[in-house]
Design a protein. Sequence first.
Length: 133
Amino acid sequence: MAVSVSDVATALGRPIPAGVESAQWGMWIEDANLLIGRRLGDVSALDQGVVDYVVREAVVAQVRNPENATQVDVAVDDARMSKRYQSGAGRVTILDEWWDLLTPDGGGSAGAFTISPFGAPDRAGDGVRGWLR
């Protein structure tokens, strides 16, 4: 099952939008699928229930806060102050926790470094100095 504009509207508890807003939501659904495909390859090889969940949640987050901004208003008597914070790029984003759902085995890629067990010999035999020569 692929995520539709109707699914996003249901998750938000809103009626299905019409016109440009509906097209925008559809584009964000495609963007989320593109991001997943670019990082993990063939999207159809992944657990489709998890893919649908991640795409739906990413689009719902984008609909709720398309500019990823927060506005704080403070009013005391006749004085009023307003401050706007923007903490993101204002685009569809897949959170790290969602990437973890998509790749429960760690995605099959190595980390930035490895840690050897106690007393394990270095393969180069000379540690870091070996490759600096």
